[in-house]
Design a protein around this ligand. Structure first.
Ligand SMILES: NC(=O)C1=CN([C@@H]2O[C@H](COP(=O)(O)OP(=O)(O)OC[C@H]3O[C@@H](n4cnc5c(N)ncnc54)[C@H](O)[C@@H]3O)[C@@H](O)[C@H]2O)C=CC1
Ligand SMILES: O=C(O)C1=N[C@H](C(=O)O)C[C@H](O)C1
Length: 252
């Protein structure tokens, strides 16, 4: 039985994972971390990981970028593997993730769904053919009105996947409103839409002369992320220090 500490347990994803873990015979949430109270939990809840004295095998994090520095410090100190799902991290924080991976096992992924992880692979193949042929690349993402970071971590990860195949790399353009000029050839436009309860939509367009190829992923429920996070936690428990990816968990 894999023992999990749920960091951000009283948030939307924390609650989805609490429900999924209760139905899963191979893992169990043994403690939660959250600064918000007001939800009845079936496990003890602490304000931060440092103060948590419950024995566990792995931490799953869906919280807030501001909480991630403290989380990484505590995971390093306790040598606890961590599945890091929070998005909107700064460049400085991304470096801290790399540093933490020298001390403990860290799996960071902006999107835990099978579909998006497969899409990343498909996009690399598409970009290898379509970018040299001069197709313009645009990404549009849509999320609910409670989301605090933009663009989504997934949109950036999709752009990064495309860019891995390119030399020289494409620049990312997040805003065209301040310029009066045609788009650059070697750029990826990334646009964010926020509204209602949209769970998560990502569209990648390759727009060429007289044809457009579109890749689209729609998440209809947060459970797709929750299921992936639990699989990642089971995979990461007991692993040595290092950086891990969802592609290590999913076999296509
Ligand atoms: N990688 C993936 O597949 C996915 C990532 N996310 C990301 O996960 C994060 C959380 O998403 P939601 O659950 O929708 O947000 P949410 O706002 O509903 O939940 C976040 C929870 O973290 C808690 N929190 C905030 N600061 C904290 C701190 N310092 N210590 C402990 N707990 C703290 C909040 O009180 C809240 O309960 C976001 O960054 C989101 O973009 C969301 C869905 C999928
Ligand atoms: O905040 C969300 O809800 C989501 N965030 C992730 C992101 O920023 O990419 C993943 C998913 O799309 C839902």
């Amino acid at each position: 039985m894999v023992r999990i500490i749920m960091h951000g347990c009283n948030g939307k994803m924390g609650q989805v994972i609490t429900r999924l873990a209760a139905e899963d015979g191979n893992c169990q949430i043994v403690a939660g971390i959250d600064t918000f109270r007001g939800i009845e939990n079936t496990y003890p809840v602490f304000d931060n990981l440092k103060d948590c004295d419950v024995e566990a095998d792995v931490v799953i994090d869906f919280s807030n970028a501001k909480a991630v520095d403290g989380l990484l410090e505590a995971c390093c100190e306790k040598k606890l593997p961590v599945v890091l799902c929070t998005t909107g991290l700064s460049e400085e924080q991304l470096q801290k993730v790399e540093d933490a991976a020298k001390e403990t096992a860290v799996l960071k992924s902006a999107n835990m769904s099978l579909g998006i992880n497969l899409l990343m692979r498909l996009l690399k193949d598409a970009a290898k053919v379509l970018a040299p042929a001069g197709y313009d690349i645009e990404i549009v993402e849509k999320h609910h009105n409670k989301k605090v970071d933009a663009p989504s971590g997934t949109a950036l990860a999709l752009a990064d996947a495309i860019n891995e195949t390119q030399d020289p790399q494409y620049a990312y353009c997040f805003d065209r409103s301040q310029e009066r000029k045609p788009r650059e050839k070697r750029e990826i436009g990334i646009s964010a839409v926020r509204g209602g309860t949209i769970v998560g939509e990502h569209e990648v367009l390759f727009a060429g002369e007289d044809e457009v190829i579109e890749f689209k992923h729609t998440a209809y429920s947060k459970a797709v992320f929750g299921k992936g996070a639990l699989e990642a936690a089971k995979f990461l428990a007991g692993k040595p220090a290092g950086r891990y990816e969802m592609s290590d968990v999913i076999s296509f």
